[in-house]
Design a protein around this ligand. Structure first.
Ligand code: CA
Length: 223
């Protein structure tokens, strides 16, 4: 049984060959495009379940490819970054990627991330709900937040998932690894910084939301 099609947009064919072995073993079918233009075409023709997107591509770079994907599709995108310093850029520019891995990565880890992303996209709450925290209403159906001044803010997909998890557990202190596990769906040592980066983005967009840092532990909202 096929687990679905994965689109890899990556100019290094060695990576593509290696990944295609791993993904096929797991029941996926990997299709490969060597640049952004070809990738965008493949996306339209083949409707993959997940896109793996390299940042450093010839022609249109990965950031721009991600933006273009987002303007047309909700398909989960995992960015392949060459340097740690690119992570802040990926998150900070809000290009709408769902996850990222830093090269060199293990194919096994990437497969795990793909499965986690697929699990998450299937687990999105079916019954939309609105929860209140400190005068902010958080709407899981529209995936937006209304501030006390009635401004509507739309966080990125991942920021929203993080916020929603915090709000559903309002008043509780949640550790970074708990949040990583719940929102990102894996527990990857050394990447709890991801949580901090997303919290920073949320605070920037929702400056008065009662999202506190509990030193040495993690984060808490409201309560
Ligand atoms: Ca590259």
């Amino acid at each position: 049984m096929s687990s679905g099609t994965i689109l890899l947009i990556e100019d290094e064919t060695e990576i593509a060959e290696l990944l295609s072995l791993y993904f096929e073993k797991e029941g996926f079918r990997l299709i490969h495009a060597v640049d952004g233009e070809a990738g965008l075409r493949r996306l339209e023709e083949r409707s993959p379940r997940v896109v793996l997107l390299d940042i450093g591509l010839p022609g249109i770079d990965g950031m721009e490819v991600c933006r273009r994907i987002r303007s047309a599709s909700d398909v989960p995108v995992i960015m392949l970054t060459a340097r740690d310093s690119e992570i802040d850029k990926v998150v900070g520019l809000e290009i709408g990627a769902d996850d990222y891995v830093t090269k060199p990565f293990s194919p096994r880890e990437l497969v795990a991330r793909v499965k986690a992303v697929l699990r998450r996209s299937e687990e999105r709450p079916t019954k939309p709900q609105v929860l209140e925290v400190g005068g902010f209403s958080v709407d899981s159906g529209r995936r937006e937040v209304t501030t006390p001044a009635k401004t509507v803010v739309r966080p990125t997909a991942r920021e929203f998932d993080l916020l929603w998890y915090l709000v559903e557990h309002a008043g509780l202190v949640l550790s970074r690894s708990q949040l990583l596990e719940a929102v990102w769906g894996y527990d990857y040592f050394g990447e709890t910084r991801t949580v901090d980066v997303h919290v920073r983005q949320l605070r920037k967009k929702l400056p008065d939301i009662p999202l506190e840092t509990v030193w040495g532990v993690g984060y808490r909202i409201g309560g």
